[in-house]
Design a protein around this ligand. Structure first.
Ligand code: EPZ
Length: 431
């Protein structure tokens, strides 16, 4: 297993190209199951999760081809993928595949909507929380599906097709909203989603579905309307830039100091994060190319954050921001409200000399003058990158083990940081 070695204390200067969004690309790829025609997605990031999903979609009968790299394009530049679900050969999503990537559970919606039946393995446990799928199932039942859970599988049938309905989500769920959007797009009649997720990735999916002939209004708001259609066609759609990747690198610059242009980053997708990173002491300016992040010399101020659904502070940046606060001048409170077990990075940051105390869903971070390099262990995708951020400012060498977690959601991180002056390298082999 690869590990990453970092020698801290080097400022970041240069340009980082922001990749296509993982959390937008996954539901968009799954939406290809809704049509017989070809869905072409541009700006798809080269990530382990994308590769795994291509395998899963292939199992259902989706053919795909990837456009070759354009001449002169950076080695890891996002590329276009053509996905064609001409014939769905299997409506069963086996445990072996779904267990590898939770979001693949969402295939239940297009399979059910198009084929009238789907049998999908329950996703199973996750490091950051129990993450049930009861609200996704509730949405499908509201649309008229008959759902049974047996032997670890969710079996849903709607032999006469789904029927439009009013769906109230008791809590905001991104996966539930993605699922309802895809299923209701091919349902008979009108669907109303109430308390829907407002994440940019939801809007990106709705935009793409509308290009495929769906009739969705209000995506990005808490109330969304969908008028079902008989069939969807192919389309071409560019995946949104990754706001979590952009936020992560903005925090890395705030931590290490320096001046970096995040090429392709969009401020409108990151307002809550930009706000707190600036309060901490960095300067962020919008340019024609993206976002410019600078911090030179000024110390870091403690800032309290509470995670919340969009447009609130994203839970997927909580660990990264905590790493930043380990060097702030004073105490900050970080409250995690979305997932019940998303503080796995705390003990690993403590190995680097951080002072963090947990009180239920609150982490009290007392900033220290200096972190020291040490071997640490990645536990999940966002926790692993928070260790990289801390290591950039730590004295001496840090080794981050189990970086396969990173590869799931960050495209060639060490090339992007190394290109801006970080002393970072990937070491392959036991670790
Ligand atoms: C998506 O997960 C993202 N994953 C997560 O990013 C992100 O953290 C999360 O949204 C919140 O923004 C992808 O897009 C692939 P939810 P999702 O349904 O859809 C509870 C990353 O690091 N809930 O909005 O699974 C749930 O347990 C990942 O890239 C139910 O109780 O999240 C959680 O507490 C991690 N029942 C809350 O709702 C349900 O049926 C929000 O979950 C569904 C969810």
């Amino acid at each position: 297993m690869d590990r990453i070695r970092i020698v801290g204390g080097h400022a970041l200067n240069g340009v980082i190209q922001i990749s296509g969004s993982k959390n937008a690309a996954l539901p968009l790829m799954i939406a290809s199951l809704l049509t017989r025609e070809t869905l072409t997605l541009e700006n798809v990031p080269g990530l382990a999760d994308v590769a795994m999903l291509l395998r899963i979609l292939g199992h259902h009968g989706v053919d795909h081809s990837v456009d070759g790299r354009r001449l002169g394009a950076a080695p890891y530049a996002s590329r276009a993928i053509h996905l064609t679900a001409g014939t769905i050969v299997d409506t069963l999503a086996p445990y072996e595949l779904v267990a590898k990537m939770r979001a693949s559970f969402w295939v239940i919606a297009p399979l059910l909507a198009r084929m009238g039946e789907a049998k999908v393995s329950l996703p199973g446990g996750c490091a950051i929380g129990t993450r049930p799928v009861d609200l996704l199932i509730m949405a499908l039942e509201k649309l008229g599906a008959k759902v049974e859970i047996e032997a670890g599988y969710v079996h849903a049938i709607a032999p006469n097709g789904l029927i439009g309905a009013e769906i109230h989500f008791p809590k905001v769920t991104v996966g539930g909203t993605h699922t309802a959007l895809m299923a209701a797009s091919l349902a008979h009649g009108h669907t109303l989603l109430v308390n829907a997720a407002r994440e940019p990735e939801i809007v990106d999916l709705a935009d793409c579905l509308n290009k495929m002939g769906a009739r969705i209004k209000g995506a990005g708001q808490s109330v969304v309307e969908i008028e079902g259609v008989g069939a969807l066609s192919g389309a071409r759609h560019a995946v949104l830039p990754d706001r979590i990747e952009a936020g992560t690198y903005a925090i890395a610059v705030a931590m290490a100091g320096g001046d970096v242009l995040l090429e392709g980053a969009r401020a409108d997708l990151l307002e809550s994060a930009i706000d707190v990173i600036e309060q901490a002491g960095a300067t962020i300016s919008v340019t024609n190319e993206g976002l410019r992040v600078r911090r030179n010399g000024a110390g870091l101020a403690p800032v309290d954050v509470e995670t919340a659904p969009f447009p609130g502070f994203p839970t997927d940046l909580q660990a990264q921001f905590m790493a930043l606060m380990t060097k702030a001048k004073g105490r900050s409170r970080i409250t995690e409200t979305i997932f019940e077990n998303r503080f796995m990075h705390v003990q690993e940051l403590a190995r680097l000399g951080a002072h963090i105390r947990l009180e239920g869903d609150v982490a009290l971070v007392d900033g220290v003058d200096e972190l020291q390099g040490a071997p640490v262990m990645a536990t999940d995708l966002r926790a692993s990158v928070s260790l990289v951020i801390a290591a950039l400012a730590a004295r001496g060498e840090t080794t981050v083990n189990r970086v396969y977690h990173l590869d799931r959601g960050f495209e060639r991180l060490e090339d992007k940081l190394g290109g801006c002056g970080a002393l970072i390298e990937r070491v392959s082999g036991a670790g």
